[in-house]
Design a protein around this ligand. Sequence first.
Ligand code: ZN
Length: 449
Amino acid sequence: MLPPFRSSPVGHAARGFFVLLCLSTTALPAVSAEAVAAPTAPAVEQSLSRLLAAPQIQQLMKAVEADHARTLVDLKALTEIPAPPFKEKARAEAFLARARALGLDAHMDAEGNVVGVRKGTGSGPRLLVSAHLDTVFPEGTDVTVRVRDGRWYGPGISDNARGLAVLLSWIKVLADARLQTVGDIMFVANVGEEELGDLRGMKAVFREHRDIDGMVGLEPDPSGAITTAGVGSHRHEVTVKGPGGHSYVTFGLPSATQGLGRAITRISDVRTPSDPKTTFTVGTMSGGTAVNAIAAEARMAIDIRSEDNAALAVAEREILAAIDAGVADENRRWNATSLGYTTRLIGDRPAGRTPAGSPVVQAALRANTAFGRAVPRLMANSSDANVPMSLGIPAVILSNGGESGGWHSPGEWWKPDGAWKDAQIGLTTILALVGVEGLGEPLLDKRPR
Ligand SMILES: [Zn+2]
């Protein structure tokens, strides 16, 4: 049933304590400084009221709910096509075939993203609407979907096959209703969100399409939250190399493992600000070949994060200096110069933020309360939205609907109860942003071309 339009937020037992981890090592989403949502602007209020009161849109929302059962078929099919990082092609092809069958003029781009533009009247803004194809699960993972006690189990089912199924549902109901939007909706099922994919899919989209004015992405975010800040990260792989030798016979040579240890000790002493929250960790380390050998090689991987690009750069500089000094310490200790190191950037996600007053955030907030939800919290996370945010293009991540848990683990599950509600909220947000002919102008501004 279509919920009545409400003019004031009502309470909602938000299951908002779930934490979405979009990277296996993603920081807990910090509640942003703008956690208290800005009041809704009058234009947003007016636009949403008008849209949701229109019989055409009420029909559309009913269609979203009615399509729920069909989305489960898509969900199962997509979840059961493996999509490890850099190996998303089979799932992309399946999505492309479904999107075309549902009436979207879509294609696969050079990076492997599926892109299809649903055209507006020609004068409006262009909104990117996306969900990622990839999962964290390596090849060979059993991705069979199993239903037990009302829960659907399957690796990647919630993160983010569910998002893909919602995109397909939106494509279908919009086509069935022949709804004419003012702005364009660019549907994208993208590659490279997880892990070392390093947002390559989204980076390619924004490199190739300079005419995108805003973004609404889907993730298994809790229903009571909207992601409006993108935590940036840089990751380095560090390899320390030395001569190596026998522990007794060649004693006196510098050691790669000991040099690495000295570097880690110095890194551990680096101080980072709590505001903007800036963090680091030596996530992994390894090295040496035998207990009775001076190690010739040792490695570590470091993750550095911040909500602010400048703070990220400062922390990174200090950590790289700590490595340099640690390796120099080891050489000095043995009067040597033979220990060296290399660093390689293996992850680069820019930070960014969409202001709470931005129409993209405002529309999402109001759409939530219009459907009876409490005013959502604004969250920081690391996701595809980092890319537009870092470019100053307004972007939010919304909930793909349904309760879920165990993300990035083989026990990942999703519960379909009432999941269509978030699909309604998301679609309402999108329509308010791009505008509907005869029902309202777009809330999303066109950026200067
Ligand atoms: Zn995700």
